[in-house]
Design a protein around this ligand. Sequence first.
Ligand SMILES: Cc1ncc(COP(=O)(O)O)c(C=O)c1O
Length: 431
Amino acid sequence: MNVSSGLAAELLNRDYHADANATPASDTLLINEQSRLRESKGERIVKFGFGQSPFPVYGPAVEALAEHAASKAYLPVQGLPALREQVAAFHRELDGTDWKAERVLIGPGSKLLLFALIKALPAAEILIPAPAWVSYAPQARLAGQTAVKLAASFETRWQITPEQLEAHCREGGSRPRLLILNAPGNPTGLSPEADSQQALAEVARRHGVIVLADEIYGPLDHDGSHRAFALDYPEGTVTTSGLSKWCGAGGWRLGVMHVPEALGNEIFSRLLGIASETWSSVASPVQEAACVAYRVTPELTEYLDRQRAWLGLIGHWCATRLQAAGIRTHLPDGGFYLFPDFEAHREGLARRGITTSAELTARLLAETGVALLPGSAFGCDPAQLTVRLAYVDFDGETLLAHQPQRHDDPLALPALSKVRDGIQAIVEWLP
Ligand SMILES: Cc1ncc(COP(=O)(O)O)c(C=O)c1O
């Protein structure tokens, strides 16, 4: 063993278990790697594991990116002023919220913006529903904050309830609280009902809980009825979004955050401090292209409408097929995920030696070639037989060329054959 590898091993042994910074790679990336490996051996894998938009990036934004390829200057830490104006106008128009350009921060993906907010708070409790997106809890730990899980259930459509938040806040403790909400949700595809959201906002207001509304799938609400949390709690809601989902541009790394004036200047200058000491600014050609992506035009509206229509149709088709096979699944509200629950098949699965969601997804991948993520990756009890299904293994470019026809059997299209086969394979595999 050479000196440096000996040192590295010693460092790892000493620090791994005690060190919050020693966070393993996320489960979503690992399943993608496994699927790729099996595909490289010639297997046909249906990739329902990784949540990446299958649609091409919005054309006018691609052209703008090419046009600005030679832009090389560092831009202001907060983001290009013209882009911040455009982003604020976009959200005012789509969501009816009161976004102000001077309170918008542009970052390299909303993921880092979320992390910056969690890091910027003084010692805080970060309240995270279960299930929730895989990165919130590791981010809270990396930031040295305390993550608190609030478990939701199928019956509440995987939403935490106002009563649950009230009960938690009554338990006391003087630390500031940040509640992370995500609608339409990853992994659930669901949004709260308007009245439950209002009631939750009321509890948050009463107890001074700041809400981080991760609304990155908002523009992909299937019937365009996304209700921003900031409408119900404008003074206490920090909202994040970005180009990764509705614009199909995850790899461009552009996220946006709005911090209401009512939360004060201290938090905003802390965020700017973190930004300036870490990412400095988002790539200048990407910000120029984002100015075009965020301009609401008839072309952009059609681009969004088509994605929503296809996603609504496909999500509905998948959910009803699973329901018919006794796998309870909510019809999705938006985005591209379902969160099926195999509880009704528990006995039959147990006879095959499957008692956890991780065993369920491992066996499904091995025996049917369908990749899914276990509910446990999203904070659920490992014995709960839930999985996340991302219905995105289709040819988005072909679909985006036209609006779906309601009377067609959409899943008969060759562009959707993998989704159809994947659902069929799950259903046929059931005990
Ligand atoms: C719920 C949720 N929030 C945030 C993100 C991060 O997105 P970004 O690409 O803007 O960092 C994702 C990406 O998968 C997500 O699903």
